[in-house]
Design a protein around this ligand. Structure first.
Ligand SMILES: *Cc1c(COP(=O)(O)O)cnc(C)c1O
Length: 368
């Protein structure tokens, strides 16, 4: 079976062992090294390491001073953590449809969703493709909103040469399946010295100096053990991205011209880091998405459905005070994409034979 993800962290063994031997295993010097290296890799002055991508999002909303009832405009087509973080911060979600080329928050739809209580925009750089941060940033500026980028899937992606996570507060995930991992972990990036300082305080129980508490904080600290798992990957980030980009290019070349199959687009001026390589099945394709997934599985090709439903479309959110009621006509693009999207393996561990096999298996099912 060709797996949809492959985790490759063995090169961290010596560094992890050195942390274990040192006896300093909680947040310490290795987290500091990790933060420096991450800031360099992400192209931003400050990187604050935390214990998950979710807490990175929560801390970002909190540090901006969101109050109960404040609204955050975001995409309905995302991992559930985006929504859970908004709710955890005590804010209210407001959804706006996605674009049909990048599957990310659409600037026009976001503008229409902004209301008097809106305080932040939270685009998601989905699958590793940057959202239209230029226009979303302009919208944020003109309406006096903060910009929090859910960059969980997009470390290293750029827009006109500028890295995601540098347009607003950048929130990255280092979960096991992300392009760079510490097993569990997250990072917040910012160009703002004061926000960086306040995030460091918020992460550590609101404490700047021992037992001097400035705000009601959290324990969002990363451990030195986890930092050691991730540090070597930052050193080969360019290689990791390059390998994903080459795999995506090979897949797109091989899959061109199959009837009913829409290949992922790379939008002009943006670089895509291919956390997922996601195709769409049109209604005139030989089989539907679920059938294609099943048949590829039989042929030994692992696939993933990210995400089968819109993020609010579960009973636990139905009467949630932080989740607005929506109608079935809302978000037509997001609904359509959620019904038709299928992700194929694109990770750096794929061999040339694997890629050939994936292409042949898809052609075998869809013809063309
Ligand atoms: C992974 C992910 C998160 C959450 O990150 P965790 O590290 O799992 O908490 C948030 N948003 C998106 C889009 C993600 O893919």
């Amino acid at each position: 079976m060709i797996p949809i993800t492959a985790i490759d962290v063995q090169d961290a063994e010596p560094l992890v062992s050195s942390v274990l031997r040192s006896g300093l295993i909680a947040q310490g010097p290795m987290v500091e090294r990790f933060e420096e290296s991450f800031a360099h890799a992400a192209g931003v002055p400050h990187a604050i390491a935390v214990n998950s991508g979710t807490t990175a999002l929560v801390a970002s909303l909190e540090v901006l001073g969101l109050r109960p009832g404040d609204e955050v405009v975001t995409s309905p087509f995302t991992f559930v953590a985006t929504l859970n973080a908004i709710l955890e911060a005590g804010a209210t979600a407001r959804f706006a449809d996605i674009g049909d080329a990048d599957y990310c928050l659409c600037p026009e739809a976001a503008a229409a969703a902004v209301g008097p209580r809106t305080t932040a925009l939270m685009p998601v750089h989905l699958y590793g493709q940057p959202a239209d941060v230029h226009r979303l940033g302009a919208l944020a500026t003109s309406r006096g909103l903060a910009l929090v980028e859910d960059a969980a899937q997009a470390l290293g992606a750029t827009v006109d040469g500028r890295p995601v996570g540098s347009f607003g507060l950048g929130c990255f995930s280092l979960y096991a399946t992300k392009n760079v991992t510490t097993a569990e972990g997250g990072v917040i990036t910012t160009e703002d010295d004061q926000l960086a300082e306040r995030l460091r305080v918020l992460r550590n129980q609101g404490m700047r100096q021992r037992y001097q508490y400035e705000v009601a904080g959290h324990n969002y600290r990363m451990t030195d053990v986890h930092a050691a798992v991730g540090l070597p990957q930052l050193g080969r980030l360019a290689q990791l991205i390059d390998s994903r980009q080459r795999n995506a290019e090979t897949l797109s070349k091989g899959l061109t011209g199959i009837p009913g199959l829409r290949l992922p687009a790379v939008v002009d001026g943006r670089t895509h880091v291919w956390h997922q390589y996601t195709v769409l099945l049109d209604d005139d394709a030989a089989v539907d998405r679920d059938e294609l997934a099943a048949r590829l599985g039989e042929a030994g090709v692992g696939t993933g459905i990210y995400y089968p439903r819109l993020v609010f479309d579960y009973d636990c959110y139905r009467d949630h005070p932080g989740v607005p009621r929506v109608s079935p006509e809302d978000f037509p693009v997001a609904r359509s994409v959620a019904r038709r999207a299928l992700s194929l393996p694109v990770h750096p561990k794929l061999t040339a034979d694997d890629l050939d096999e994936i292409v042949a298996a898809v052609r075998g099912v869809l013809g063309g």
